[in-house]
Ligand binder design. Structure first.
Ligand code: 8YV
Length: 326
């Protein structure tokens, strides 16, 4: 882009230092030093004066926000694979290109799903709280027994990139039997490379798994998908893990299933309306709660930033963007 007027890009949150350095080399960057979630007003102001917006999960680019006037923005490069914070239909109507950052966060998010499976089934959150709280009275055979992970059945809801990376880890690393359901048909042969076996229905996956891990995007079709009926289809004493989006789970139903003992535990990295966490979860010892850490490694956050940057660069150079989602 040498010799051209540098496009103005609003970057909604502080990014890692290497990414910010290159962003400033290529673009005229507008960034708040506060590193706080944006408001609808500040997003609309940015849409009116910037050529591009680099957004994150904490920016709600709703139809109302995107109806900003004047509107100068031509591209929203979302930092993350999920784009449920952006109304894609409204973006399309306003001729705004939307991109995301797939691939680069797959391995770390899969690692975190495995972390939650291990933490919930082996009760490690409880154990750590006991030691830190000075309540550990010493080793004994019946102390804090969890559930064996190796050899158990893992059910995956969705079988996109992250689910497949979880399947690989579970099947090859823990000798788990891995079942999966996706509304998009996939060939059994392709899935077998990841150690996963497709089932025709979500109900089968829920009914046949010792632990279920959610890996579908949040869409109108999946919001509230894991409701009381679906939780009732899960095995008694099973576990539920969510590293996708909080609103896929009906919290009232999950809390009821955990309180009744129907589910033995849950591991949650994402929440409806986060960072607010339903206080009823805090009172449950069999729930592991993490602050949306799925992709939070230095390596992945750099890679996500550079991927968003590449999308912006391609767009402003007049080349096809890598990761167009809308
Ligand atoms: C990101 C995520 O941290 O990629 C996603 O969809 O949930 C996380 O990995 C988040 O979206 C940052 O914007």
């Amino acid at each position: 882009m040498t010799g051209k007027v540098r496009p103005t890009v609003h970057v909604t949150r502080r990014l890692t230092a290497p990414v910010e350095t290159v962003l400033r080399e290529r673009f005229n960057v507008l960034m708040s030093s506060e590193d706080a979630p944006t408001t609808a007003e500040s997003l609309q102001r940015a849409l009116g004066i910037c050529d591009g917006v680099l957004s994150t999960v904490t920016d709600q680019l709703t139809a109302a926000v995107l109806a900003a006037y004047p509107l100068r923005t031509r591209i929203i490069a979302n930092y993350g694979v999920g784009t449920d914070n952006i109304d894609l239909t409204a973006a399309r109507a306003h001729h705004i290109v939307v991109t995301n950052t797939p691939d680069v966060l797959t391995e770390c998010t899969a690692d975190l799903a495995i972390t939650l499976i291990l933490m919930t089934m082996r009760r490690t959150g409880e154990g750590e709280r006991e030691v830190r709280g000075g309540r550990w009275t010493g080793w004994r055979p019946n102390h804090m027994m969890g559930t064996m992970v190796s050899g158990k059945t893992l059910g995956l809801v969705g079988i996109g990139r992250i689910a497949r990376a979880v399947a690989r880890r579970a099947y090859y690393g823990f000798g788990m039997n891995v079942l999966c359901y996706s509304p998009t048909p996939r060939s059994a042969e392709e899935l077998s490379r990841y150690g996963a076996t497709p089932r025709e229905t979500l109900e089968e996956v829920l009914a046949q798994s010792d632990v279920v891990s959610i890996h579908c995007p949040s869409t109108p079709a999946t919001r509230g998908l894991i409701n009381a009926d679906r939780l009732a289809q899960m095995r008694s004493g099973a576990f539920l893990v969510n590293t996708a989006r909080g609103d896929i789970i009906d919290d009232d139903a999950l809390i009821a299933a955990l309180r009744s003992g129907h589910l033995a535990g849950a591991g949650l990295d994402v929440f409806r309306g986060e960072p607010h966490v339903d206080p009823r979860y805090l009172a449950l010892d069999n729930v592991v709660l993490l602050p949306h850490l799925g992709s939070a490694t230095r390596e992945t956050r750099d890679a996500m930033g550079f991927r968003a940057l590449e999308n912006l660069t391609a767009f402003f150079d007049g080349r096809p963007v890598l990761d167009r989602v809308g």
